[in-house]
Design a protein around this ligand. Structure first.
Ligand code: ADP
Ligand code: MG
Length: 648
């Protein structure tokens, strides 16, 4: 063996991660066993699946199982499976490196995470499960042989900087992981992983639903006698006990499953350390039978918005595991939903591509989406706090559905919760908004922007606040998009208060005629100034007009009904899209002293030297007020400074 032993170094990031796993995650060492059993179970699933497609594999799959062994004298715990196994290259690739992107980001997060639970959760998400063995072991030995190959491999490491790989002969197909337990493992009293009762307890707690038997030899009461020379006796074999129930929770009737069982199952499949916020358990009978057990997590994973985020639904066929991350069963905007769907009438060989085009699967997905949305709706109605938390965590994702899923627009709009000018401390649903609409108010007013303070203080709000109209404050990037695509809620169109003309007087129409006459007079008075400004500012704005939405500000910028908002324009540019710049409309407040003074100055001398600069300052201030970027900040500052100096 020595001749073929190679010593290799862990990839730098792997080494860092190992150090973190070993030294900073103390709170729950027991999970190492869950990780190893889950790997073993995966390996059994894979072998089962491969033997279905590759009949020439030549392995016996009639008794797939996991065996746990403790050896008190050697202080070892062994996890063995007769699953798919690994080739030498697999071992180096899968165990020696962490190929996943984003590892550096993960490391940073783990360092930030103050409590061990959170760190553990992060580790679980990245599937560095195998390394958790080093929490309890100071040496790990792995023997493995890949099904369909002859050559076995031995891997060994102390979890420091290096590991060794060597050829190993005479191995059965599958993998054996031997943990040489640390001396301190038995001294802290909690972590005695050589005790059978402890092993039993951990398996029950974390791996009860594993569909393969997890076996362990019962207490070897008569080994002394055997050792004393009774070798010929046929009773030498240990009695094996099966530690897990293997019961598929989703296949049981709802009323026979406890909350605690749901919770454990959820935590097992999601690696979450908190119980789920909501559980959906259903069974469909008829032409296409399936069971679904879905969970809404209580909090978002850190990578919810990364492109690689997987969907959380696993597909089983008659309790045989088929695939994780079954995207055909859950739309992208419900990617946070975790769970299991067990479909009875699919082929075990079904592929992702086939699923995507399968009409029955499409129907299942439609039904599951409705169920999930109904569950959220019922949370909204009955568990207000839980719903508020859920919306806080996942609202931004759920709103993607308003763009992706036209079939459920109405149901999704019912779920939307947003800040509004009605009550700064609380969010509102659209239905609540509608119930507060003023007489004659036909549309739902909203304003989008980068953050709440900016939107709340935007000049566009002035007339609406003054006249007591409620405005929704929408600050998620996705709001910029869906508001442009969803026409109405319950017959009430959405209207951005930063777009188009605003005519609040027409809503109530109290002093209509007088107001109209006054406005006509204003239009006449300001006609020349507006024409001149339009020419002067032509480079920056497409039109200049009088405003009905301002009470205290001198000016603001608005768009036409179908123009991109500045935030959306910025978002497109950030994504690398080359857009012609969208010119906006400058609106002036005809009652503001600055604007009336500007009019008089222009009337007195249309070629006045400071007029053009004032126009620039008015435009720049309007941009600043809504949080926009000045075309030439240095120039703006210089003009302003000159003015201030003169005024002193
Ligand atoms: P994850 O299970 O999330 O992929 P792990 O660190 O637990 O991460 O395991 C890394 C990889 O090593 C697994 O994906 C699998 O390919 C391989 N592996 C680990 N244990 C076994 C095993 N008992 N049999 C076969 N392959 C295994
Ligand atoms: Mg694993």
């Amino acid at each position: 063996m020595a001749a073929t032993t190679e010593t290799l170094e862990f990839q730098a990031e792997t080494r860092q991660l190992l150090q973190l796993v070993i030294h900073s995650i103390y709170s729950n060492k027991d999970i190492f066993l869950r990780e190893l059993i889950s790997n073993a179970s995966d390996a059994l699933d894979k072998l089962r699946l491969e033997s279905l497609t590759d009949t020439g594999l030549g392995v016996d799959t009639s008794d797939l199982h996991i065996t746990l062994d403790v050896d008190q004298d050697a202080r070892t715990l062994t996890v063995r499976d007769n699953g798919i196994g690994m080739t030498r290259d697999d071992v180096v690739d899968l165990i020696g490196t962490i190929a996943k992107s984003g590892t550096a980001a993960l490391l940073a997060k783990i360092k930030e995470a103050k409590d061990a639970d959170a760190a553990q959760h992060l580790i679980g998400q990245f599937g560095v499960g195998f390394y958790s063995a080093f929490m309890v072991a100071d040496k790990v030995t792995l023997h493995t042989r890949r099904a369909g190959t002859e050559q076995g491999t031995l891997w060994e490491s102390d979890g420091e900087g290096t590991y060794t790989v060597a050829e190993a002969d005479g191995l059965p197909v599958g993998t054996t992981v031997t943990l040489h337990l640390k001396a301190e493992d038995s001294e802290d009293g909690l972590g005695d992983h050589l005790a059978r009762w402890k092993i039993r307890q951990i398996v029950k707690q974390y791996s009860d639903f594993i569909r393969w038997p997890i076996r362990m030899a019962t207490e070897p009461t008569n080994t002394e006698a055997v050792a004393d020379g009774d070798e010929a006796d046929g009773e030498v074999t240990d009695e094996l006990e099966t530690l897990n129930s293997m019961k598929a929770l989703w296949a049981r009737p709802r009323n026979e499953v406890t909350e605690a069982e749901y919770s454990e199952f959820y935590q097992q499949i999601s690696h979450d350390w908190q119980p789920p916020a909501e559980t959906v358990h259903m069974r469909a009978e008829g032409t296409f039978e399936y069971e679904a057990l879905l969970f809404l997590p209580a909090h978002a994973p850190f990578d919810l918005f990364s492109r690689e985020t997987k969907r959380g639904v696993q597909l089983y066929v008659k309790r045989v595991f088929i695939m994780d991350d079954c995207d055909a069963l859950m739309p992208n905007y419900l990617r946070f939903v975790k769970g299991v769907v067990d479909a009875h009438d699919l082929s075990l060989n079904v592929s992702r591509e086939i699923l995507q085009h399968d009409r029955q699967i499409t129907a299942v997905r439609r039904r599951l989406v409705k169920k999930v949305l109904a569950a959220i709706k019922s949370m909204q109605a009955t568990r207000t706090d839980a719903y508020a938390t859920l919306w806080d965590q996942f609202g931004r994702v759920i709103k993607e559905g308003l763009i992706e899923d036209r079939d459920n627009t109405d149901a999704l709009l019912e779920l939307v919760s947003a800040h509004s000018t009605h009550d700064p401390r609380k969010t509102t649903t659209l239905r609540e908004y509608v119930s507060r609409m003023k007489d004659g108010q036909g549309t739902i007013y909203y304003l989008t922007g980068e953050n709440r303070a900016m939107v709340e203080n935007s000049p566009h709000m002035e007339a609406f606040t003054a006249e007591g109209y409620e405005v929704l404050i929408l600050t998620d990037p996705v709001d910029e998009v869906w508001t442009g695509q969803v026409p109405a809620f319950d017959g009430h169109p959405f209207q951005s208060i930063a777009k188009g003309q605003v005519d609040l007087d027409n809503n109530t129409d109290t002093d209509g005629d007088e107001a109209k006459a006054a406005r006509a007079q204003q239009e006449q008075d300001f006609a020349q100034l507006l024409t001149w400004l339009q020419t002067t500012l032509a480079e920056h704005v497409k039109r200049v007009r009088l405003s009905t939405r301002l009470t205290t500000s001198a000016a603001c910028l608005v768009g036409d009904a179908h123009d991109l908002t500045p935030t959306l324009e910025k978002m497109y540019r950030a994504m690398g899209q080359d857009l012609p710049s969208v010119k906006r409309i400058l609106e002036l407040n005809p009652t503001h002293p600055l604007i009336t003074a500007l009019r008089q100055a222009h009337q007195a001398n249309p070629d006045g030297p400071a007029l053009a600069e004032t126009a620039e300052l008015v435009h720049g201030s309007a941009l600043l007020a809504e949080g926009g970027d000045l075309p030439d900040p240095a120039r703006f500052t210089r003009l302003l400074t000159e003015r201030l100096t003169k005024a002193l």
